[in-house]
Design a protein. Structure first.
Length: 254
């Protein structure tokens, strides 16, 4: 029988400790809990930090789980499973709203559309599954950037291209939009990516309340914003749809 690699076992023990205990732990606490000398524990933590699995608070020196684990967790929650869980809910949302519905996940510095429900009319439409959308200007991208630290970093450090006169490209203004998104639980895109097109999106969370995707209603600006603001019933509908999918993947009621 092959032997386990001791250093990997120790690293796994540290990750489990950080996942199950206090939000942040000091080096002495971690070393004592896993039964290692402080020097050995520090070496493993330094490696985990370099790989993004652990982060160290600059002020206190205490450790917490890193954003790279979020990316791996999102991969574990397979895109096909997320899509299958969302099928009924997104179909219902398209039918009740009369507009197109998109399901998106973070992928390669953007938003990958993994499911698209056509607007329920006889108009000619193009399937957008597999298309990429920007993080900084779309409703899906803003929601993911607001809740997902990996997406946030990519949106902040990436090129925030000016698509229309309404596109927000300045960092301070963009961060303010993300703060507003977190405060109200949804994001809007009113002609910021495409002229004449508006969208509203809400986040999907897993059982640990981690963001794993987002759902958006998309349509002509004159239908979604007839009075200049997004119709409140559409905002409520997309938020309820995202909550329903979140509950289906174990997030519980919230």
């Amino acid at each position: 029988m092959a032997k386990n690699i001791q250093s990997l076992e120790r690293a796994a023990a540290m990750l489990r400790l950080l996942a199950g205990g206090e939000r942040r732990l000091g080096l002495s606490e971690i070393a004592s809990s896993v039964g290692l000398a402080k020097g050995t524990a520090h070496g493993i933590l330094r490696t985990l930090q370099a790989e993004g699995f652990v982060e160290q608070d600059a002020t206190s020196g205490r450790y917490q789980l890193g954003a790279e684990l979020l990316r791996l967790g999102n991969s574990y929650l397979d895109v096909h499973e997320l899509r299958s869980r969302a099928l009924v809910w997104t179909d219902d949302l398209a039918r009740s709203s009369g507009e197109s519905v998109h399901l998106g996940v973070v992928h390669q510095q953007g938003v990958l559309i993994v499911h698209h429900v056509f607007r329920p009319d006889d108009s000619r439409q193009v399937l957008e599954v597999g298309a990429m959308q920007p993080l900084h200007s779309t409703a899906l991208g803003k929601v993911l950037s607001a809740y997902d630290p990996v997406a946030h970093t990519e949106a902040v450090e990436g090129d925030r291209k000016d698509f229309t006169p309404r596109t927000i490209t300045g960092l301070a203004e963009f961060e303010s939009v993300l703060e507003l998104t977190r405060a109200r639980g949804w994001a809007a895109d009113i002609e910021e990516t495409w002229e004449g097109v508006a969208a509203v999106a809400a986040p999907i969370h897993d059982r640990r309340r981690m963001p794993v995707g987002a759902i958006a209603i998309t349509g002509a600006v004159e239908r979604l914003c007839p009075a200049g603001e997004l119709r409140s019933e559409l905002v409520a509908a997309v938020r309820e749809c995202a909550r329903a999918v979140s509950r289906d993947i174990g997030a519980g009621r919230f």
